[in-house]
Design a protein around this ligand. Structure first.
Ligand SMILES: Cc1ncc(COP(=O)(O)O)c(C=O)c1O
Length: 371
């Protein structure tokens, strides 16, 4: 008899990886395509990070520093945490997985939204945990429904703030009152992958939430170098949390979970204020321009606290996605999430944004969605 796989593993739908851009180009017979589909940094990576990687290339025969010492130090100093309150991961995905490994046993419950970042549910399923999933309400996390669903088996609540794919943020006051009502036995994971792009007054004071947990639930904030810092390809993210929670994550993480190049690149990137500033400014300006152009065409753009936004294209989103792919512009259809007429686009460089707008115009006319 073949080795048996448990039902919770069999039923997992693999994360949709997408084809390499070269394969798509071959399949669709296009060249010079642009990818505005994965919320990456359109301006590349910090030149300082690239330089640090080049310098570290002579040391690849050594294992990386398993404590991530200097990167932990840099993050702790920058955000005012102590070093035992910072955990580094192979992308923030890695920390999501460590949290579930540390806190969730078979039958334990984890609360999330739909749609939101897909990895939360997947890792819970691997663990044999129970996903309690709540539909967004008006494109926002339904905090009331989540609160009402908490039981003594609830271990974690994942809230991506801002949410992917809707780009909406929780109003800080609403979040603080939600947290104050949760029992101490629950940990709320605030996934702040896009925090850098948020308006200042929408940002949550995670420092106070993590430092003052007396009498209420714990809070973990997740951050990543994949977006505003332009290092998606090298995989590095981090979590801010109490030293106690961090101690448990260190027990379950892999000993060398972050490679050497990622460590030096992240240290350089976090101090490269010039590249970071250019990214934020370019994103802000590009988003304003794109949204104005999109609305002029008769589509409706949704407001956004991230480097991407949703557009109601007034017709089937997947047909539009296909039409744009044939012209070398890669975006996302939100149809699978239940938003039939909605696409998601990442803000690109000026040239990419112009190409997106021209292609969108052509395709909308071709499909007869708007005049
Ligand atoms: C909300 C959210 N969280 C986490 C991640 C994963 O980030 P990382 O590249 O650090 O694993 C993403 C990636 O797109 C995301 O959208």
């Amino acid at each position: 008899m073949k080795a048996q796989v448990p039902e919770n593993i069999k039923s997992i739908v693999p994360y949709p990886p997408g084809k390499p851009i070269e394969e798509l180009e071959r399949e669709y017979g296009v060249t010079n395509s642009i990818k505005l589909a994965s919320n990456e940094n359109a301006w590349g990576s910090s030149p300082k990070a690239i330089e640090a990687i080049n310098q570290a290339l002579t040391n690849l025969h050594r294992y990386p520093d398993g404590s991530n010492y200097y990167l932990v130090q840099a993050i702790a100093e920058k955000y005012g945490f102590s070093q035992d309150e910072v955990v580094i991961g192979n992308g923030s995905d890695d920390i999501i997985e460590c949290l579930v490994k540390a806190y969730v046993q078979v039958g334990d419950e984890v609360i999330t939204s739909h749609p939101s970042f897909l990895m939360y549910q997947k890792v819970v399923q691997v663990r044999g945990g129970v996903n309690k999933v709540f539909s967004l309400k008006g494109m926002h996390h339904d905090l009331d429904a989540m609160l009402a669903a908490v039981t003594d088996r609830t271990k974690l609540i994942f809230l991506d703030n801002p949410n992917n794919p809707t780009a909406t943020a929780i109003e800080p006051g609403k979040l603080y009152s939600f947290l104050s009502e949760l029992p101490e036995s629950v940990i709320v994971v605030l996934d702040e992958a896009y925090v850098d792009f948020m308006d200042y007054d929408k940002q949550v004071d995670v420092y106070s939430l993590i430092k003052n947990t007396k009498g209420r639930c714990g809070v973990v904030a997740l951050r990543t170098f994949s977006k505003a810092f332009g290092l998606a390809g090298i995989r590095v993210g981090y979590g801010l949390m109490s030293a106690e929670v961090a101690g448990y994550l260190h027990r379950v993480r892999q000993p060398f979970n972050v490679n050497q190049l990622a460590q030096v690149a992240a240290i350089a990137a976090i101090n490269d204020t010039e590249f970071y500033g250019k990214t934020l400014q370019g994103t802000k300006e590009g988003k304003v321009w794109l949204q104005r152009e999109v609305d002029k065409m008769g589509c409706t753009s949704y407001s956004s606290q991230t480097n991407f936004f949703l557009i109601d294209v007034k017709g089937d989103a997947t047909a539009l996605y296909e039409a744009m792919l044939h012209k070398g512009v890669i975006i996302r259809s939100m149809k699978a999430y239940g938003y039939t007429n909605v696409i998601r686009v990442t803000v690109g460089t000026t040239a990419e944004n112009e190409r997106f707008i021209n292609t969108l115009k052509d395709c909308l006319q071709g499909l007869g969605y708007v005049a």
